[in-house]
Design a binder for this molecule. Structure first.
Ligand SMILES: Cc1ncc(C[n+]2csc(CCOP(=O)(O)OP(=O)(O)O)c2C)c(N)n1
Ligand code: SF4
Ligand SMILES: [Mg+2]
Length: 348
């Protein structure tokens, strides 16, 4: 069955970004909401022949208030943990309708989004299952504002170490209520889903990089996954004008590495690549932490712990910020692992 394809070429720079807006005014997200910007970039990159499915959360509730919607493309709500199932079911439904001749045979992009609560906690199993079904073309986008934001900033498995949320307030007896390190969702999905041709981590502060990742995912096809880190003025407690700056700092401090895994090959992208190659200095995490009220209770020892964990991601992990396995020094030669920065490594 021949399929008509639209192509989504890689965007070379901001001048090349499509003018057409498919996520417009009419939403009620907070001022400075980066998750809303992710939605805008996502459909700008995918174009008008796209169906968007969204699980419960800020990007559902604030985007579909009674009688108003910013979505220009077809949009459907799905249950909080169901983005993976909604993506797969819609892709399968379209395939059958096209095979039976009930729909024109053309490429329609299917994107299901979820928050960190809906995707990294509740719906992880469904996303994992979807990433094994290689015959269906669908993208799951996890927008990560590091809390259950819509229900008033509760702790999720993606909330960073020590952050204040409504479930982890700071107090006199206990300064840090939340002492778990953030779950590594894109790394985990990339390592365990060989049928998925594309898994990436992005950030709306690097808009072109993010749009190109969306396009690559849709072009390569099959079930794919993109995870974004989204500064949230309400939950992270900072002035809305600093959202882009915080996105930049998360990447520049090495806390949120940008990368993509294509057919099992990992490419670091943007400033993350520059840091790994030794062309850019990684900033200290204090520059990121001190800008947000959710870390205002941190004392030196908390900052040092945070920095040490991030340093470990860069120096000990098999792939900086991506694959969290460490290899003992005695085995590095056997496994031909070179722990030097990329620019100092021997090439074959
Ligand atoms: C099964 C289920 N449990 C709880 C809720 C209540 N609820 C609605 S939105 C939400 C928060 C979702 O958090 P996340 O997925 O991170 O999205 P965000 O609100 O942060 O954008 C919760 C708990 C629900 N709608 N369905
Ligand atoms: S609470 Fe955060 S994620 Fe939700 S609309 Fe406001 S800024 Fe966006
Ligand atoms: Mg959230």
């Amino acid at each position: 069955m021949a399929v008509e394809t639209t192509t989504l070429p890689q965007i070379k720079g901001v001048k090349d970004v499509p003018y057409e807006e498919l996520f417009v005014s009419g939403h009620r997200t907070c001022q400075g909401c980066e998750s809303a910007l992710v939605m805008r970039h996502m459909v700008k990159a995918s174009g008008p022949r796209t169906i968007v499915l969204g699980s419960t959360g800020c990007m559902y509730v604030a985007n579909t208030t009674y009688y108003t919607t910013p979505w220009v493309v077809p949009w459907m709500h799905t249950q909080l943990g169901a983005s993976g199932s909604a993506a797969l079911g819609t892709a399968a439904g379209l395939k059958v309708l096209m095979r039976k001749g009930k729909l024109k045979n053309e490429k329609i992009n299917v994107i299901a989004f979820c928050g960190d609560g809906g995707g990294a906690d509740m719906g992880l199993g469904a996303i994992s299952a979807t990433l094994t079904h290689k015959d269906y073309n669908c993208l799951v986008l996890l927008y990560d504002n590091e809390s259950y934001a819509n229900t008033d900033i509760q702790l999720s498995s993606m909330t960073p170490y020590g952050a204040v949320t409504t479930f982890s307030p700071t107090g006199e007896k206990k300064r840090l209520m939340h002492t778990r390190w953030k779950k590594n969702v894109p790394g985990m999905l990339a390592a365990g889903h060989p049928e998925s041709r594309y898994i990436a981590a992005g950030c709306a502060a690097y808009a072109v990089d993010l749009m190109n990742k969306i396009r690559k995912a849709l072009e390569l096809g099959g079930p794919t996954f993109v995870h974004t880190l989204d500064p949230c003025p309400k939950g992270w407690d900072y002035h809305p004008q600093y959202s882009q700056e915080l996105g930049h700092l998360a990447v520049e401090c090495g806390i949120w590495p940008l990368y993509e895994v294509i057919d099992g090959v990992c490419n670091l992208t943007g400033p993350t690549r520059q840091i790994a190659e030794g062309r850019k200095k990684r900033k200290p995490v204090i520059e990121y932490l001190r800008r947000q009220g959710r870390f205002a209770h941190f004392v030196d020892e908390d900052v040092e712990h945070f920095q040490a964990q991030v340093d470990k991601m860069w120096t000990d992990w098999l792939i900086p910020g991506v694959i969290p396995f460490t290899v003992p020094a005695k085995d590095q030669a056997i496994l031909k692992i070179d722990k030097k920065p990329l620019h100092q490594q021997k090439t074959a």
